[in-house]
Write a protein that binds this ligand. Structure first.
Ligand code: GKR
Ligand code: MG
Length: 418
């Protein structure tokens, strides 16, 4: 059988409405950006990928898209060679607001790899999870991802979720999300208010949801001392504490003083961070994310490394659409040691560009699609609409800090500030 080859690649930036969700560096802008990758083959198959769409990233995606014609769709090593060859050395990559990567190869490669796996699956008649070793679970549990938030973007009406700025409102948000989606794990995005107020919110969640697994993630907002104090207060209430303080050294100091596992998507975000983190025993749970760990195959490699060194594995999320959710679901289904409920921002979005009905949540989980490839179909009209929205919205990169500063000019996004 002759495998088909890439004939052309289309990269389409899109924007979808996003609520004013607060975090340590600011507040979400009115639109979140994504880039949709469509890889066409000479046999007429189209594969889909989804990634960030900040301008520098888009430029790199375009550079790679231009050199992929002729590549065998099974040649993932060849894909990597072309990506590495064509990207300039140095410079690093900043994506999704908070993540600074030294080497852009993995984050740029990822959506192309996903699209090629989508094509491979379609051509073989098998779901992507089969190409990753086979699903070890039929459905993938996700967590309710709670945020402090404003009622609406300034100057606009309140959104459907309304304001959430104190523990009672956070419990109300959790109740609504759990009722609607059935989640059995709950994560609170912290780093917004003083630590004690956020501890009170977790305690309120624990009282309201005694059987749910809880986590809090202040994105490194706390000093080592504060993190240790918070850990003492939350002992027995949470399943892990995510990025309480910045850096491998800081995390290691906290880890020595608590039995609560520490998780991260901030100090271990690339393969070269693993050795120092393991050496210092800084992190007990790594949040994988195929968008910057180099795609689905390399995320499985990360899973193997975590297994080897006795670290747990969970999954990180950023504001995303359905192609990403499909890829996350296949990966989680095929990664045996990914035993924590994965993060997802999916309930926060009100628009999508895949045809509905495949990725619905039931009991907090998404059924692993069993159609060939990713198992999702692009809605071309919706793609066009969200692309028009990108063109007209004026946002060209994620900058939660600059957006918050338009309302609070003296805002400083320091981490380890309490
Ligand atoms: O959406 O504001 C957000 C999150 O804070 C996101 O940017 C983080 O990358 O969800 C992420 C996390 O777990 O740190
Ligand atoms: Mg995090």
């Amino acid at each position: 059988m002759t495998a088909s080859r890439i004939s052309r690649v289309v990269v389409t930036p899109v924007a979808f409405t996003d609520p004013p969700l607060l975090n340590v560096v600011g507040v979400h802008q009115p639109f979140a950006l994504r880039a949709i990758i469509q890889i066409h083959t000479d046999s007429g198959t189209v594969g889909l990928g989804e990634t960030y769409a900040d301008e520098a990233h888009l430029a790199r995606l375009g550079t790679v898209a231009d050199v992929l014609a002729g590549l065998d769709v099974f040649d993932l090593n060849g894909l990597r060679r072309r990506v590495v060859d064509v990207l300039e050395d140095g410079g690093g990559a900043k994506v999704a607001g908070m993540l600074a990567l030294k080497n852009p190869a993995d984050v740029v490669l990822s959506p192309f790899e996903v699209a090629l796996l989508d094509i491979q699956g379609k051509e073989l008649g098998r779901p992507v999870s089969d190409l990753l070793g086979g699903a070890v679970r039929d459905e993938v549990p996700f967590s309710a991802y709670l945020f402090y938030k404003w009622a609406g973007h300034p100057g606009s009406d309140a959104d459907a979720w309304g304001e959430a700025l104190d523990p009672d409102a956070i419990v109300a948000q959790a109740t609504r999300m759990v009722d609607a989606y059935g989640f059995t794990a709950i994560k609170l995005k912290g780093g917004v208010f003083a630590p004690q107020q956020e501890v009170e919110a977790v305690k309120a969640l624990s009282a309201a949801f005694p059987d749910h697994k809880l986590r809090i993630d202040p994105n490194g907002a706390w000093t080592v001392g504060t993190s240790i104090q918070v850990a003492k207060e939350l002992e027995g209430l949470i399943e892990y504490l995510e990025d309480p303080t910045p850096g491998i050294d800081g995390m290691a100091q906290v880890a020595r003083q608590t039995d609560i596992p520490l998780a991260t998507n901030m100090c271990v975000i690339a393969f070269d961070h693993l050795k120092p983190a393991v050496g210092a025993d800084a992190v007990q749970v790594v949040l994988s994310d195929h968008h910057y760990w180099g795609g689905l195959q390399r995320s499985r490699l990360l899973g193997g490394i975590c297994d080897t060194f006795g670290m747990g594995l969970s999954m990180h999320s950023n504001s995303h659409l359905g192609i990403s959710l499909a890829a996350m679901t296949h990966l989680a289904a095929a990664t045996p040691n990914l035993t924590y409920a994965c993060d997802t921002h999916y309930p926060w979005k009100t628009e999508d560009l895949i045809k509905p009905g495949v990725l619905d949540f039931a009991g907090g989980s998404v059924q692993v699609p069993n159609a060939p490839g990713l198992g999702v179909e692009l809605d071309e009209d919706a793609l066009g609409r969200l692309h028009e929205q990108y063109l007209s919205c004026g946002i060209r990169g994620r900058d939660d800090t600059a957006y918050l500063r338009t309302f609070q000019p003296d805002f400083t996004p320091n981490t380890a500030r309490w």
